[in-house]
Design a protein around this ligand. Structure first.
Ligand SMILES: Cc1cc2nc3c(=O)[nH]c(=O)nc-3n(C[C@H](O)[C@H](O)[C@H](O)COP(=O)(O)O)c2cc1C
Length: 243
């Protein structure tokens, strides 16, 4: 299999998934200014299965937004697998990503997003189910730091890695922090050390090339969220890190 991230010169610098923000217009701009990858906003697996038009609208893309990763969320392994199958067949994105990082209350009530970081076994089952249906699309996950207990956090990554994720993006905040404090990339560095074959992207609080240079360390790349939302041309300066 020839995955998009094997063709990109490292470090990989991409546009992060952002609900109601990471849409076609912004994705095109980011690619034009030098982003290596763009993500969709998060899409509910249940909405994909039920053929909800808005969900299908969110997943449309053109070649000007590629490589393009579609991010899905959900709590049921079968639904997640069915949705992934539909997405792979109908949209043929460059990657499919699972959201294990959304910290909002609605997500917690419905049992998806960051609350899934507390149940590594179930997360592993979701990854295994999705992974088993994908024929030609790499599976990735986006997480926050699962726990203050490093062993527990590494166990979560191990569980999803063993079940089939090829790439992980780590937003260096705990779920309960929401957006308070600063993103701490130390856990991401540790993940890369422990899982050298996993593509590991850091995420959180990159606003300049200097921030990126200071934070990248041993990682394979980074995802940029809010700074790209207000200034997509940031990728022009960030991509200078490849020189
Ligand atoms: C408006 C907004 C919407 C977001 N939506 C998503 C989402 O759909 N999926 C996801 O994994 N993360 C989502 N995030 C989190 C971002 O992808 C990213 O992890 C976070 O903003 C930290 O990176 P930054 O400091 O570069 O913005 C969202 C963030 C913002 C600000």
């Amino acid at each position: 299999m020839s995955y998009w991230f094997k063709k990109v010169q490292k470090p990989i610098i991409g546009l992060a998934p952002m609900h109601q923000v990471s849409r076609a217009d912004l994705r095109k701009k980011c690619i034009k200014f030098g982003a290596d990858v763009t993500y969709s906003e998060m899409v509910a697996a249940e909405a994909v299965i039920r053929n909800v038009p808005q969900a299908f609208e969110m997943m449309k893309f053109s070649k000007l937004e590629r490589p393009f990763v579609i991010q899905i969320f959900g709590s049921n392994p079968d639904s997640m697998a069915k949705a992934a199958e539909i997405i792979e067949t109908q949209f043929k994105p460059d990657g499919i990503d699972i959201n294990f990082g959304c910290p909002v209350q609605k997500a917690e009530k419905q049992g998806f997003g960051a609350c899934q970081l507390q149940d590594a076994k179930t997360a592993g089952k979701i990854v295994a189910a999705v992974s088993s249906v994908l024929k030609n699309t790499p599976l990735s996950a986006k997480i926050r730091i699962p726990s203050k207990d490093i062993k527990q956090s590494l166990n979560f990554v191990n569980e999803i890695y063993q079940n089939g994720i090829k790439m992980i993006a780590i937003h260096g905040r705990y779920p309960e922090q929401k957006y308070r404090g600063l993103s701490d990339w130390t856990f991401a560095y540790e993940v890369k050390k422990r899982f050298p074959d996993l593509i590991v992207l850091g995420n959180g609080d990159i606003h300049s090339l200097d921030d990126l240079k200071n934070k990248l360390d041993n990682l394979d790349g980074a995802l940029i969220g809010r700074a790209a939302k207000v200034k997509p041309e940031i990728f022009k300066s960030l991509s200078q890190i490849k020189k």
